[in-house]
Design a protein around this ligand. Structure first.
Ligand code: URA
Length: 430
């Protein structure tokens, strides 16, 4: 086989066989195919797409490009969750401890943030002393003991995705449904959980801009899961506006703690509690979705979910005793409203990009981040503000860009009409 024939076929919309896709991925992982040839194929996929079968073969080739994790020694049903990426997305920090407190086995390999989107590992690592590096044995033991572990991907888990993702990132080939579906599902299938909940985000701050695109991606991932005999539930959620009020690593940890103690914000709590209900119900820990929801709400109110979070961070070696002076910041700049009205829009992409400019996120994979900086909203979409009310606070250390203030003002739209608040989850696909 020759790489050029594979590229030629996709360029001419001729379907590839399973053997061809497996050969291409295997040889690329072994460095026998050059980046420039794979880039060319990725661009052909972006333009012409792949069939459902080809997407499945690609996922399979990526899945078996390295180690797979065997969680069978953990008793019970193992649950995992993945978000397609968003702004202010601290769902895993709340959902994991919450479902663990309800009896689920939450075994999660997380990722880092890139561009305007945040990553769970960066948020966890902002907690002093916490490690996201556990051996497979310690990971399994921890899930067995306290029902939860959240760590970074082990070195040899889906090496094909590591190489492909790095290449996609610099060749404008991230945004393709078959490439996103195979990237996510190969990692989720390799991680060994029984039930996978996918938080598929759509809107300005997400990869998918419309509900239709998010639905198509969900169906593609569900199809791959079914072919692998896995249960997948997709939650299509709104990422036109940031999730909650905090953007930036430590600010998001504090907001997650507030939510774990039953204090909201409502959009975050609604999203978490809905996903938790499905995890609890499908783990056979409740006889109905309604009872599962009541159990989740009870655990947020009675302190069990928060206590499980403390257990998680202690097990992962953090010695923190209080979150009171958690944030070290040189300056907090309030941004005042220039007008009266209901907030119609807070553009998630704009907020994510400006948080990144402050140092909360990284433009390139190797960039350092500043865990203390970020943006804290004072109001959310639908709220009424008067002129001079503080819209948000900018948490600033050394990184700054002269356009940040203007950019943030431009992210807002106001209206005179009272808005009806909309649900955060638009669709659930089983
Ligand atoms: N998240 C992933 O893991 N892969 C993608 O391709 C996009 C989002």
């Amino acid at each position: 086989m020759r790489a050029i024939d594979i590229i030629e076929k996709t360029k001419n919309k001729i379907p590839l066989t399973e053997q061809e896709i497996k050969w291409f991925i295997d040889e690329y992982v072994k460095d026998n195919i050059k980046d420039y040839q794979v880039s060319s194929w990725l661009m052909a996929v972006c333009i012409n797409g792949l069939s459902k079968d080809e997407t499945y073969y690609l996922t399979k080739a990526m899945l078996y490009s390295g180690d797979t994790i065997d969680l069978s020694s953990i008793k019970g049903i193992k649950v995992d969750k993945h978000s397609t990426g968003g702004v202010g997305d601290k769902v895993s920090l709340v959902l994991g401890p919450l479902v663990a407190a309800c009896g689920c086995k939450f075994a999660k390999f997380s990722g880092r943030g890139l561009g305007h989107t945040g990553g769970t590992l960066d948020k966890l690592e902002s907690i002093p002393g916490l490690t996201i590096n556990l051996s497979e044995k310690d990971f399994i033991n921890q899930v067995q003991d306290i029902n939860i572990a959240i760590i970074g991907q082990t070195k040899n888990l889906v090496p094909a995705d590591k190489k492909l993702y790095a290449l996609r990132d610099v060749t404008s080939t991230v945004n393709s449904l078959p490439l996103i579906a195979s990237s996510i599902m190969s990692k989720k299938l390799a991680s060994g959980s029984d039930i996978i909940c996918l938080d598929v985000k759509y809107g300005s701050g997400a990869f998918m801009k419309t509900i239709e695109e998010a639905t198509e991606l969900s169906n593609l991932m569900i199809d791959i899961a079914h072919k692998n005999n896995k249960k997948v539930i997709a939650f299509i959620s709104d990422m036109n506006k940031p999730l909650g009020k905090a953007i930036g690593n430590k600010l998001e940890v504090l907001e997650a703690i507030n939510c774990l103690k039953g204090g909201g914000p409502k959009d975050l709590e609604d999203l978490v509690v809905t996903i938790a209900s499905y995890m609890i119900y499908y783990s056979n820990l409740s006889d109905s979705l309604n009872n599962a929801k009541s159990l989740a709400l009870e655990k947020l109110k009675n302190g069990d979910a928060y206590n499980r979070f403390i257990k998680l961070i202690k097990h992962q070696k953090s010695k923190i005793s209080s979150f009171e002076s958690f944030i070290n910041i040189k300056e907090i700049i309030p941004l005042k409203s220039k007008e009266n009205g209901y907030i119609e829009e807070i553009n998630a992409l704009d907020l994510g990009i400006n948080a990144m400019l402050l140092g909360a996120g990284r433009e390139k994979k190797e960039d350092p981040i500043d865990p203390d900086v970020g943006i804290l909203l004072n109001y959310q979409v639908g709220d009424y503000v008067k002129k001079d009310d503080i819209l948000l606070y900018i948490y600033k250390n050394d990184k700054w860009d002269k356009n940040i203030i203007d950019n943030l003002y431009k992210a807002y739209k106001f209206t005179n009409k009272k808005l009806t608040k909309t649900e955060i989850i638009k669709k659930i696909i089983l």
